[in-house]
Ligand binder design. Structure first.
Ligand code: PEP
Ligand code: MG
Length: 757
């Protein structure tokens, strides 16, 4: 049955729309389970009912017409309890609800299984039989497994309809919500522009051709180039590989013939598609149908088509901008948005960011927060190739997108956008005021930087220093390792701009979700693998070049601090310090006049929390990286939207760790700061201030918000709040207590996490 299961899932996967997917399910399940009826009911939010969407065995006329309200009939019961119901005689069940139109009176046995996607019941799949018998355990398990595997496919087919404004049962709908997780706060309304990596058939968006003749021309050119490639390879391989392998390239050439793939693509272009989209669609249809073939040999041919069409796509994209023109209100959307993609959009046009992958603490979200661009992450069900050019509302507070907005909803969000602008304008006056509590306790607000543009933004917000300069950002934007001198130039800009204020430069922190294209790290479990200091200690040449560049850049400014990421033991610190000392001695010998900089460690692993004392004794300062600390303490991947709701820096375990580190660092006489995103959350900042952090380092966009909240509260009240929350045993309760204190202190709606729209 496993083979049949795989086959059905593949067939459903390749269906062109929701209705075809459901039709495949009912036909194939009825056949494989040898039942007389198989039906699928889907929940339609607009109708607030389960609609019979497809059936084999029940009256055809009932499909699309019959619906059951929530909790109504056996189907409603399966959905309500999100549990299967298996009955030998359905008619005897008290919830049985006979609907004449279906003609189901002759079917006795009933097995209904819920279709659940991310805890949401999408619908119910039902099999029925005339014979009065219970479906056996194997049959029940088969349907449960199938339904679990199909839920994702159905959800994404539903999303494809929803983005076009159509409900599962074909009703016109508006205000469809696509849930993700908050990336950066704020609201935006704009036009989606899809960005996609090169030569990836799966992510090419559907777009209308502006000039059909041009599209046909570029497609024919690309085709000719691939034909030439195939002929060249064919020639080069003569005598080197078996003749039958060489023949493969002839097969490729035939596939490209005018009456094969090439013709199909041209036909599709003629209907108004741009060449890249037409090619991708045709290619994917063929790839999917080959993937479904029962024969192993034929199945593998899917790879050939993928190869061949990717080559054509490569040539189509050569010399052509991958992105569309950015509209004035661009909402940038990508399967996985990278810093380079962000950097490509003119800043005044970028109004919002949507990444299908990643979560609120992924590095792209952090960059977006620094830039102050509302962002939603992890909208996994969004049909990426259907989005280009569509209007959408992006709610970065809730982590949602709203498609086909109605006038009422749009107005509501326009009001929030206005309120947001007023709030930001109102905060301007705080720029030159000190960050001081109502009872005169001084708190130091520093910034986290990475991009060159962060410098102006940070200075403009009245930052008092840089608590974290993520040196990997320029590395990520480069196409090779930058040389020592290139690095020194970049670092000098940061140091000079902030001098005499201190700039804390973190040594290269790659690995995890930060991959350099020119230094790929392939690992099963990258967040527990070769990351941060582990990489650079294994590559002392990279580490030393970076340290030398930092020190060289600091000549005459003397405001450099060096910080080490991902420290899990004292040996790493000792080894790093040895290398730093050696680099310093060398530079002095080379005639540079520089001071030895303060060196600090990041506390971002649970192991480091419990070694704060030992680590602090080796260095000049410690800084908590709460993003990673939360991820590692709670065992929640910071990048994975599926577990995003479990990720909270307000978790009592995280709060206790923070209190512990502050206490230990202070006992060792070393300053302690925090540079995780938590510091930029106004409510969290109040708790951190009460814990005794000397410096809060955050993204520039949060700085005035935090300052405004800290200025509106007394240290005494913050300490009382801290005492209270340290007794609490749940992150949500802590969050509510913090929000209540902010509310009582008169903090504005948009600065609290519990704001309501
Ligand atoms: C952290 O982990 O909290 C941190 C500041 O570093 P990054 O987010 O770059 O991993
Ligand atoms: Mg970190």
């Amino acid at each position: 049955m496993l083979e049949q299961l795989r086959e059905i899932v593949q067939q459903v996967n390749s269906a062109k729309d929701l209705q075809s997917a459901l039709d495949i399910i009912v036909v194939r399940v009825r056949e494989v389970m040898a039942t007389q009826v198989c039906s699928v009911y889907l929940f339609d939010k607009d109708m607030n009912a389960h609609v019979l969407m497809a059936s084999r065995g029940l009256n055809k006329e009932a499909v699309g017409r019959v619906s059951l309200e929530i909790g109504e009939g056996l189907v409603g019961l399966v959905a309500k309890h999100a549990e299967p119901i298996n009955l030998e005689d359905a008619s005897r069940h008290p919830s049985f609800h006979y609907i004449q139109e279906t003609g189901e009176e002759s079917f006795r046995s009933f097995l209904g299984v819920p279709i659940i996607h991310h805890r949401n019941v999408l619908g119910v799949v039902v099999v029925q039989h005339e014979q009065q018998r219970r479906f056996d355990e194997g049959e029940e398990a088969f349907l449960i497994t199938l339904s679990a595997q199909l839920a994702g496919v159905i959800a994404s087919a539903e999303a494809t309809g929803a983005i076009a404004g159509v409900s599962p049962s074909g009703q016109k709908i508006s205000d469809t919500v696509f849930a993700g997780v908050p990336g950066a706060s704020g609201v935006a309304i704009g036009e989606m522009v899809v960005v996609f990596p090169k030569a990836n058939l799966y992510q090419v968006p559907i777009r209308q051709a502006r000039d059909l003749n041009r599209e046909i021309g570029v497609f024919n050119d690309a085709l000719n180039k691939v034909r030439q490639d195939m002929r060249d390879i064919h020639e080069r391989l003569a005598g080197k590989v078996a003749e039958e392998e060489r023949q493969l390239f002839d097969v490729y050439l035939h596939m490209l013939d005018d009456d094969a793939l090439g013709k199909e693509v041209l036909e599709r272009i003629q209907t108004g598609h741009w060449a890249q989209g037409a090619l991708a669609e045709v290619a994917l249809e063929h790839i999917r149908s080959f993937e479904m073939m029962p024969d192993d040999y034929l199945r593998e041919r899917a790879v050939d088509i993928k190869d061949l069409c990717s080559r054509v796509l490569f040539y189509l994209q050569q010399g052509e901008q991958v992105h569309a023109e950015y509209s004035e209100n661009t909402i940038l959307v990508g399967e996985e948005v990278t810093p380079a993609m962000l950097a490509d959009v003119p800043e005044h046009k970028l109004k919002g960011i949507v990444s299908l992958k990643g979560s609120g603490n992924s590095h792209v979200a952090i960059l977006a927060r620094t830039m102050g661009i509302p962002t939603v992450m992890g909208v996994v069900d969004l049909p990426i190739n259907q989005l280009d050019g569509r209007e959408v509302i992006l709610d970065g507070y809730k982590g949602e997108l709203i498609g086909n907005p109605s006038e009422t909803v749009r107005q509501r969000y326009e009001n929030t956008i206005r309120e947001q602008a007023e709030l930001i304008a109102g905060l301007e006056e705080l720029k030159d005021l000190p960050c001081i509590t109502a009872d005169k306790h001084r708190v130091h607000l520093w910034v986290n930087t990475g991009l060159i543009s962060d410098v102006a933004r940070s200075l403009d917000q009245g930052a008092e220093g840089v608590g974290l300069y993520r040196t990997e950002v320029p590395f990520l934007l480069s196409e090779r390792f930058p040389s020592e001198h290139e690095q020194a130039e970049i670092y000098r800009e940061q140091l000079e701009a902030f001098a005499p204020m201190p700039v804390t430069m973190r040594t290269l922190d790659i690995g995890g979700d930060k991959a350099l294209s020119y230094f790929p790290i392939e690992e099963e479990n990258p967040f527990l693998g070769w990351r941060g200091i582990r990489v650079t200690l294994d590559h002392p040449e990279i580490f030393t070049a970076q340290i030398r560049a930092m020190m060289r850049a600091s000549e005459g400014l003397e405001n450099l601090q060096i910080m080490l990421p991902m420290i899990s033991n004292i040996n790493e610190v000792n080894s790093a310090i040895q290398l730093i000392k050696r680099a310093y001695r060398e530079l002095i010998q080379e005639g540079l006049s520089i001071q030895y900089p303060p060196v600090g460690v990041m506390i971002e692993l649970p192991a480091a929390v419990y070694q704060t004392k030992a680590l602090a004794s080796l260095v000049d300062f410690v800084s908590i990286g709460s993003n990673d600390l939360t991820q590692y303490l709670l065992a929640v991947d910071r990048n994975n939207p599926r577990v995003a709701s479990l990720y909270s820096a307000f978790h009592p375990a995280v709060l206790s760790a923070l209190v512990h580190v502050v206490r230990e660092a202070k006992a060792a006489g070393k300053p302690v700061s925090i540079c995780g995103e938590m510091a930029g959350d106004p409510g969290a900042a109040v708790l951190l201030m009460a814990m005794g952090f000397d410096i809060l380092s955050m993204n520039a966009a949060s700085l005035l918000k935090v300052k405004s909240v800290i200025r509106s509260i007394s240290r005494g009240a913050a300490q009382e709040l801290l005492e209270q929350v340290m007794q609490m045993d749940d992150a949500k309760t802590v969050r509510s207590a913090v929000d209540l204190t902010l509310y009582n202190a008169g903090v504005e709606r948009l600065l609290r996490s519990s704001r309501t729209n």
